[in-house]
Design a protein around this ligand. Structure first.
Ligand SMILES: [Zn+2]
Length: 365
């Protein structure tokens, strides 16, 4: 069973609506998922940090959930919705792609713990505490400003409530301080749904360093290796950092926002290519993490539809998982090892998180 814990399909569709039951221009659709052997996909209900500032985060998240639900309902012969590892197991082998929802950015919680229950009831099963900016929950690895030195007081309450609810805590994107505080507080295992190894991208907070991966594993959690070129290839990463230094300076100088900013970035990217990673780079990250913490704490979180043209050669879309499996076979991984990496590990961790929640809930909901 192949489980991928992070794809930005809804975000892609919000930019350009297409029918994902047929072949699309994005990275994911039903025919290519089936060709790639993908069984379970976590679709990210991504909420831009601008909603934290301007308001409307909860409403936007609800609309995005409606969109995902609508697609699954309209194509119930091809997609099934799941809210538990048992659901995923039940749907396995029926020719459908099972969809689970995760929320990328906790902004829609809007400082109210009741909203956690609301989103759990709507089918959200993980929350990435922050995205590219600090929010009311915690600091972000991408944000130069630190607001809370880790978690906010509300963020601390939220972690405890996520444990009680069985909501998976996703530490991808958060600052190192926030990560360590979550690890200290959480009574359930914690997941990085789409992060790779900082070992290959020294000093870059968005990837996890060896000590963090070890701590995550020690507490029963898992790192879901992500595929983006700047995450997995040292040279591509370096060029990307250089490009952003130039782009950030220009954007600040000309106060570019919204579409003007996006257009500028697209134009700059076209004239300043940063090169491509390769599927073998992703296998290197998996291997590095396995050597650090063993086979049981590593999985896959592609970020398909989230990193644009920066996907590695050989991992361009949801039909490409066999290329990655081939790389792992070449490295000497057994079929049993590969089955764990591809999905069994994550499902075990998800079950443990749900199990630990049921122990803490006194009144069944
Ligand atoms: Zn992300």
């Amino acid at each position: 069973m192949i489980v991928d814990t992070h794809m930005d399909v809804p975000y892609q569709l919000q930019k350009k609506m297409e029918d994902i039951s047929q072949e699309t221009s994005g990275n994911f659709d039903y025919p290519r998922a089936v060709a790639g052997g993908l069984d379970v996909v976590f679709m990210a209900v991504y909420v831009s940090p601008k909603y934290e500032e301007d308001g409307g985060a909860k409403a936007f998240a609800d609309e995005t959930i409606d969109l995902v639900e609508g697609i699954v309902k309209a194509h119930s012969d091809k997609f099934a919705m799941a809210g538990s590892p048992e659901d995923a197991a039940r749907e396995f082998g029926k020719g459908k792609v099972t969809v689970v929802m995760g929320m990328e950015n906790g902004a829609p919680i809007e400082g109210d713990l009741d909203n956690l229950r609301h989103f759990y009831d709507r089918g959200i099963r993980y929350i990435t505490l922050a995205h590219s900016k600090c929010n009311h929950i915690c600091d972000s690895s991408y944000d130069k400003e630190t607001k809370w030195q880790g978690l906010s007081p509300f963020g601390r309450e939220l972690v405890a409530e996520m444990n009680r609810t069985g909501m998976i805590i996703d530490v991808s994107h958060v600052s190192d301080e926030a990560f360590y505080q979550v690890m200290e507080l959480s009574r359930a295992p914690v997941v990085a749904t789409h992060s790779s190894c900082r070992h290959f991208t020294p000093g870059w907070e968005r990837n996890m360093d060896d000590d963090m991966i070890k701590l995550l594993a020690e507490k029963g959690g898992i790192i879901q290796i992500t595929f983006g070129g700047m995450f997995v290839n040292t040279e591509v990463h370096r060029k990307n950092q250089q490009a952003w230094e130039v782009m950030d300076a220009y954007i600040a100088e000309h106060n570019l926002q919204g579409e003007a900013r996006d257009e500028y970035v697209a134009r700059y990217r076209k004239t300043h290519p940063i090169g491509k990673a390769n599927v073998a780079d992703v296998a290197e990250h998996i291997d590095h993490a396995v050597k650090l913490v063993g086979i049981d704490h590593v999985g896959l979180g592609s970020d398909f539809d989230g990193v644009g043209e920066h996907l590695p050669v050989g991992l361009e879309d949801a039909s490409c998982y066999p290329n990655l499996i081939y790389e792992l076979l070449k490295k000497g991984y057994t079929e049993a090892d590969i089955a764990r990496i591809c999905g069994a590990n994550f499902l075990r961790v998800w079950s443990a998180i749900q199990g630990s929640a049921s122990k803490q809930v006194t009144v069944p909901n």
